[in-house]
Design a protein around this ligand. Structure first.
Ligand SMILES: Cc1ncc(COP(=O)(O)O)c(C=O)c1O
Length: 391
């Protein structure tokens, strides 16, 4: 008898990738590897290098022998640093017992959802939805209820639509502010309202805030800062974007102790602790990043302003100025059948890779997402080509 490979439902769900929205990106990567002049604007990986002092700290830590297992919750120094920052930002005393470290925000979201949801439970998410959640949703298998944002209002979150989406099976609401892809920020009073609404309806509020440190005109307001009561509030953040540390894999969750206890059981079973030297470097980064964060947000703001100015001058393209993050959502409905066709054409004719908006939901089918992961000189070249393509 021959062996017949049989796989779990989760593994099979993960095979269903839907429309191939990474196809343009993959083709672009191949052409880049073949030596072609391709400009990659399809991913959210900062072009900036992690600053040297952080790297030096990690190396010193490695030489100090910080190469062993770490506590499941994470290193106390890092958790205390995060708790102190949280206390200062929210005005609510936060202790290290409310902080748990993960190898990246993606893993934090996955772990949180695994600890909260069963297959029958409903999770409400706003659309456009960060494309990276898709695989997590498929892995956990819960029911995902998508609530469209108001596209005409800069993809503002529609609280009443969220309230209408709640059923007896709703267990959690997952928000993302500042948002990927649209760079929209949920106002504090709306967050407070939703946190209270969720509390009254016995629903968890999970808030992914990985762009919290890259904001332009006004400061980020965390769900923990906004909420009146923290009983049902779980916040996720990380260093990938703010500190250009995507490859270091460092994220965290701040949540009520009862949630952290469940997360510790989960992560002890699945991760068994994050790297010591990376946590040392992360703590150092967060303790010494004041000027750095200022300079990085200044850089992204310059890029955003330049890119928006260029788009404004290209007839047929529209873009609302993002308030935060490192992306632009560009409406291409006047010049292409949809975002996918636009992205395919732009790569084929001008060698530029952007992400079709459909990856974030049906609401952004006629959009493409452009990453601002290039300095202005490179953006100039990219927008010259985009202008040529559109005209
Ligand atoms: C909203 C959002 N959450 C999470 C992540 C992933 O973060 P990490 O690198 O910490 O896993 C991203 C990356 O693009 C993101 O945009």
């Amino acid at each position: 008898m021959s062996f017949e490979p049989r796989f779990s439902l989760a593994a099979r769900r993960l095979e269903d990738t839907g429309p191939d929205l990474w196809q343009v990106h993959m083709q672009a990567m191949q052409r880049l590897a073949d030596g072609e002049d391709i400009i990659m604007m399809s991913v959210g990986d900062p072009d900036l290098a992690t600053i040297e002092r952080i790297i030096e700290h990690a190396v010193t830590s490695l030489y100090r022998g910080r190469t062993h297992y770490s506590p499941g919750m994470g290193e106390l120094d890092l958790r205390q640093t995060i708790a102190d920052i949280e206390t200062q930002a929210s005005g609510k005393l936060t202790t290290p017992e409310e902080v748990i470290i993960f190898p990246g925000a993606t893993n934090a979201v996955y772990s949180v959802l695994c600890c909260l949801l069963d297959a029958d439970d409903e999770l409400i998410v706003a659309e456009p939805t960060y494309i990276g959640y898709q695989g997590i949703f498929q892995a956990i298998g819960a029911q995902i209820i998508k609530v469209p944002c108001k596209a005409e209002a800069g993809f503002a979150l529609d609280s009443s639509a969220i309230e209408r989406a709640v059923t007896g099976k709703t267990k959690a609401l997952l928000l993302n502010t500042p948002g990927n892809p649209a760079g929209n920020m949920i106002p504090g009073d709306q967050l407070r309202y939703l946190a209270n609404f969720c509390l009254e309806n016995n629903i968890w509020l999970i808030c992914d805030e990985v762009y919290s440190m890259i904001t332009f005109e006004r400061k980020h307001i965390s769900a923990r800062t906004a909420a009146t009561s923290l009983e049902n509030v779980i916040v996720i953040d990380g260093l990938s974007k703010s500190h250009a540390m995507t490859g270091w894999r460092l994220g965290w969750t701040v949540a009520p102790v009862s949630v952290v206890e469940k997360l510790l059981n989960f992560t002890s079973a699945t991760i068994f602790g994050c790297s010591q030297f990376i946590q040392d470097a992360a703590a150092f980064a967060m303790q010494n990043d004041g000027e750095y964060i200022q300079s990085i947000t200044g850089e992204y703001k310059t890029r955003r302003d330049y890119a928006c100015e260029r788009i404004e001058k290209i007839e047929g393209l529209q873009c609302q100025k993002p308030e935060a993050g490192m992306f632009l959502m560009v409406n291409v409905s006047e010049v292409a059948e949809d975002g996918l066709k636009f992205a395919q054409g732009l790569l084929a004719e001008e060698g530029i890779s952007v992400l079709p908006g459909e990856g974030f939901g049906a609401i952004t089918k006629n959009y493409v997402r452009i990453s601002l992961n290039h300095p202005v000189e490179e953006l100039e070249k990219a927008f010259d080509r985009i202008e040529k393509f559109v005209s």
